[in-house]
Design a protein around this ligand. Structure first.
Ligand code: PLP
Length: 443
């Protein structure tokens, strides 16, 4: 499919009609930024109900790792659905769950024996990680990072600190959660340069949190995104994760890597933590793991996952159809897609960096593989955030047939399916160039 091809004004009549029905009966809590109503698609191309074709650099919030409906994944789903839909891994056994646990043990960057717990979403994977860390250590404290997103159920939400709207009206949240600054190098919280710093931002945890607020021997886990996703696609320097690993080891604190968004090949390695040479104790995975089928996995060193029967479970978690989809997805990732993410991702990143030389409103371009953030500023010296310009660029892209989402206060994220080609990446860059040019000219 060649895209974009726009046949109607947006939204087209069928899309507008469905959106009107949605407005009447669907929860208003969702954050729809574009009036897109999908009918189908292929690879990195989405077709809407009016026959418009969009180039997709959003991938259902970084979920459609193998594209819209990869035939191998669809076949695995159909084959499994024809055998049985459900048997609850809580009470019975089935091969797809065991096979997926074996696959996870093989791919996660944790050495030695690994065990996995299955849920249905990213937030459940994080909830499981937090509960496991508390259970295993018999400590209550959790350290998380400002700007992070870990999910919206009450436990994960207590860690999430991406936007106040996500927390507002739901407090008080879980006690014993302490937030610290993330390595936001473009806006370094301690005013240093990433090339020469030793992740001094972690001094806050070492000298403030663990001195004034909670004793290290009461901290169960540090939960950290390998690359901060919703917070703005922020790539920390390797020393940030390495120092955190050393600090957690020193105090017997478990290191939980939230790889819900950065995992499953998106960054050009199976897990983003591999870029930093760090082995966590627990990893939370979801989003791209099953190409769009609901699945969240919490994988841990076998010795850490020592909770007894009944301590944690889920009726639907690790559903056999989702597990089959995940097994097919992992095969595709291993065979070619992680490599494609690295190659096309490097190409896209280089192209996005070239846009910086043309457009002063781009303050920073960062990323790994196909997880790329473009941050918009009013002025490169003051770095004042250009929130309205970011929103306008995302909207202009949509009306030109390119799907992109925002991340953080003033960045756009490029998180296409891992099947995207270099030609499609070039097309996306061309549209971005036009959209940014138009928005900059309006200022
Ligand atoms: C890093 C990270 N963790 C957890 C979650 C929560 O995942 P879910 O929406 O599937 O619950 C997200 C979702 O965006 C995420 O990006």
């Amino acid at each position: 499919m060649d895209a974009p091809v726009l046949k109607t004004a947006l939204p087209g009549p069928k899309a507008a009609a469905l959106i009107a029905r949605d407005n009447k009966h669907v929860s208003p809590s969702y954050t729809r930024h574009h009036p897109l109503v999908i009918a189908g698609g292929s690879g990195a191309v989405v077709e809407d109900v009016d026959g418009n074709l969009f180039l997709d650099c959003a991938a259902g919030i970084a979920v459609n790792s193998t594209g819209i409906s990869h035939p191998d994944v669809v076949k695995a789903i159909v084959d499994q659905a024809q055998r049985f839909l459900h048997m609850s891994g809580t009470d019975f056994y089935y091969e797809p769950q065991v096979k997926l646990a074996e696959e996870m043990a093989d791919i996660v960057p944790i050495s030695g024996e690994v065990k996995s717990f299955f849920g249905n979403s990213g937030t459940e994977a994080v909830e499981a990680a937090v509960k496991l860390a508390k259970y295993h250590t018999r400590r209550f404290g959790i350290i998380a990072f400002l700007g992070s997103f870990h999910g919206r159920t009450m436990g994960s939400l207590s860690l999430t600190s991406s936007k106040t709207t996500q927390r507002r009206g739901f407090g008080p949240l879980l006690p014993g959660v302490y937030h610290a600054p993330y390595a936001t190098c473009y806006r370094c919280p301690v005013g240093l340069m990433p090339e020469t710093c030793q992740a001094e931002c972690l001094g806050f945890v070492e000298e403030q949190t663990l001195v004034h607020l909670v004793s290290p021997d009461e901290v169960a886990a540090v939960v950290v995104e390998a690359i901060q996703g919703e917070g703005g696609y922020l790539v920390p320097p390797a020393q940030f994760h390495q120092r955190l690993r050393a600090l957690t080891k020193k105090h017997g604190i478990l290191l939980v890597a939230d790889e819900v968004q950065s995992g499953m090949g998106r960054t050009g390695k199976m897990f983003a933590m591999e870029h930093f040479g760090v082995e966590p104790d627990i990893i939370a995975t979801a989003k791209g793991i099953a190409s769009g089928m609901p699945l969240g996995v919490c994988s841990a060193r076998a010795e850490v996952m020592n909770w007894p029967p009944g301590a944690h479970a889920s009726t639907f978690g690790g559903n056999p159809v989702s597990c089959a989809a995940a097994i097919a997805t992992i095969k595709l990732l291993r065979d070619s897609l992680v490599k494609n993410a690295a190659e096309v991702g490097a190409h896209l990143l280089a192209g996005a960096r070239e846009l910086m030389s043309k457009h002063q409103i781009i303050g920073d371009v960062r990323g790994k593989g196909l997880m790329i953030g473009i941050e918009f500023v009013k002025d490169r010296t003051t770095k004042e955030r250009a929130v309205a310009a970011r929103d306008a660029v995302a909207q202009a892209c949509f009306y030109k047939g390119l799907l992109v989402l925002g991340a953080g206060k003033n960045a756009i994220r490029l998180s296409p399916s891992l099947v995207i080609s270099k030609a499609q990446a070039d097309r996306a860059l061309g549209i971005l160039d036009e959209a940014i040019g138009e928005v900059a000219a309006r200022r």
